[in-house]
Ligand binder design. Structure first.
Ligand code: FAD
Length: 452
């Protein structure tokens, strides 16, 4: 083993968590190597949050064009959308970000090894035929799409594929009702595709507030997305016209020229040698980590989606940084998982933080619920039939606001601010004594008076 192959910390996976933890550790003086088998930046930058949001913006232009005549605008030409242009521009932006990530690692003094890595023992990693040793190992290998196990599923594409597809499907069938499924359905509809969703349960977005998810269904249907509930896929077969047919256990069939399987994600823990060196995994393959992100092997840590705790970029980053603070800055830090705000970038979008009504009741809270639904001012002149919904879940005993939920395109931006209030323990009275910002949708959060 040469000195070049000896490090204080080896990180496997240069995504959100791995990069954040490695940089922070290097800043505190640790000798760090990070291994990446694909592109630096990971899921969020290359095939997740960033490209998806760029495409979402692309899809939203349709609304702006549709609404413009209500404000006196007229355009002479028929609208045309060019998918290859959007794809090329999105890819250019991803390349730029990828480069920035590489430079950030370099500036921090982190050694980047562009190879797939696996553990040989608790201190040794093998990659590209070479061995590397470190006192501490951080597993940050993220997740990957999990496909349904039905015959013919190999004909389906995943969100990874859709972000690179040469031609936008004319007719898209989406299997699944989670946030990735509904976001891609919404994007493709905005860009002009015919979109059908099939879900096993009765409603999309399990785990989100019931009023909000049902209101989103209304808006998605209004935009022409067909949602079929109670459908259990049985098999996928190629059709004569080059498309595909999805058959359900009840005999129902759906045809489309592309089928997107968006039925969840799996932790990326296979083939890493984890179990061989004593790292315990859950039944679903997640690396089991404690509140310090330490695994069952004391010098091996795991952060981000591979631990399947809260699978979001800011959480992976927070876990990576907390790890580095604890180990390399003598500043023991645990991640605060309370009140993590999250969004669904559909059209309209959802912003949400804290407990849903359902979850709060299940936890035994006596609740006051405040809810309003209204047509946003922007659509009064354009005539668009779309409603915003705002909802507060309040603990009746203490008056504390437990959850804020919004359906509406400003939701994600507004709810980030409200997350601070919730973390400070804000009560409904605190909301009430706050003067509204007028005219805005956000002011509704501080003017809700009537309990449901
Ligand atoms: P990742 O970012 O996945 O990084 C893991 C890295 O490890 C990858 O680059 C992989 O190539 C590499 N790797 C794996 N195995 C090895 C190996 N053996 N050797 C070397 N390298 C390896 N989150 C949000 O907060 N907001 C959003 O809007 C959002 N949208 C999303 C949309 C989509 C379509 C998807 C798929 C995810 C989205 N997420 C979003 C989730 C977010 O992307 C993840 O939570 C986040 O990227 C997790 O970071 P991570 O560091 O755990 O893993």
């Amino acid at each position: 083993m040469t000195e070049q192959n000896e490090f204080d910390l080896i990180t496997i996976g240069a995504g959100s968590g791995g990069v954040a933890g490695s940089r922070r550790a290097a800043v505190y003086g640790a000798r760090v190597a990070i291994f990446e088998e694909s592109r630096v930046g990971g899921t969020c930058v290359i095939r997740g949050c960033v490209p998806k949001k760029l495409l979402m913006y692309g899809g939203q232009f349709r609304d702006a064009f549709d609404d413009a005549p209500g404000y006196g605008w007229a355009s002479g030409e028929a609208l045309r959308f060019d998918w290859p242009i959007l794809l090329e521009r999105k890819n250019r932006e991803i390349d730029r970000l990828n480069q920035i990530y590489i430079e950030m690692l370099g500036k921090a003094g982190v050694t980047l090894v562009r190879q797939r890595a696996r553990l040989v023992d608790t201190n040794t990693v093998e990659a590209g035929g070479r061995r590397y040793r470190a006192k501490t190992i951080m597993i940050a290998t993220g997740g990957r799409p999990s496909l349904l196990s039905i015959p013919g599923i190999e004909h389906a594409i995943t969100s990874d594929d859709l972000l690179e597809i040469a031609e936008l499907p004319r007719k898209l069938l989406v299997i699944g009702g989670g946030y990735i499924a509904v976001e891609f359905a919404s994007i493709c509809r905005g860009l002009g595709a015919e979109v059908t969703i099939v879900i096993r349960g009765q409603h999309i977005l399990n785990g989100f507030d019931d009023d909000i998810r049902q209101a989103l269904e209304v808006e998605m249907r209004r935009r022409g997305i067909v949602i079929n509930a109670g459908f259990q896929p049985a098999g996928l077969t190629p059709a004569n016209d080059g498309g595909f047919t999805l058959t359900g256990q009840d005999g129902r069939t759906f045809t489309a020229d592309q089928v997107l399987c968006a039925t969840g994600r799996h932790p990326n823990s296979a083939g890493l040698g984890l179990e061989d060196v004593g790292v315990k995994l859950s039944k679903g393959g997640a690396v089991l980590a404690d509140d310090w992100s330490r695994t069952s092997v004391p010098n091996i840590y795991a952060v981000g989606d591979v631990t399947d705790r809260v699978n979001l970029t800011p959480v992976a980053i927070a876990e990576g940084r907390a790890f580095a603070e604890t180990l390399y800055n003598n500043n023991p830090l645990q991640v605060n998982y309370a009140n993590i705000p999250t969004a669904v970038f559909t059209n309209p979008a959802i912003g949400t933080v804290g407990l849903t009504e359902h979850k709060a009741r299940a936890e035994g809270f006596e609740l006051d619920i405040y809810r309003t639904s209204f047509r946003p001012m922007k659509y009064t002149l354009s005539g668009r039939e779309e409603r915003v919904m705002i909802k507060l879940v309040v603990d009746r005993t203490t008056d504390r606001v437990l959850g804020c939920h919004m359906l509406g395109n400003d939701g994600p931006e507004i709810v980030q601010g409200l997350a601070i209030a919730l973390n400070c323990g804000a009560t409904k009275k605190d909301f009430d004594r706050t003067i509204g910002l007028h005219p805005s949708a956000a002011e509704e959060f501080v003017t809700l008076r009537e309990k449901v």
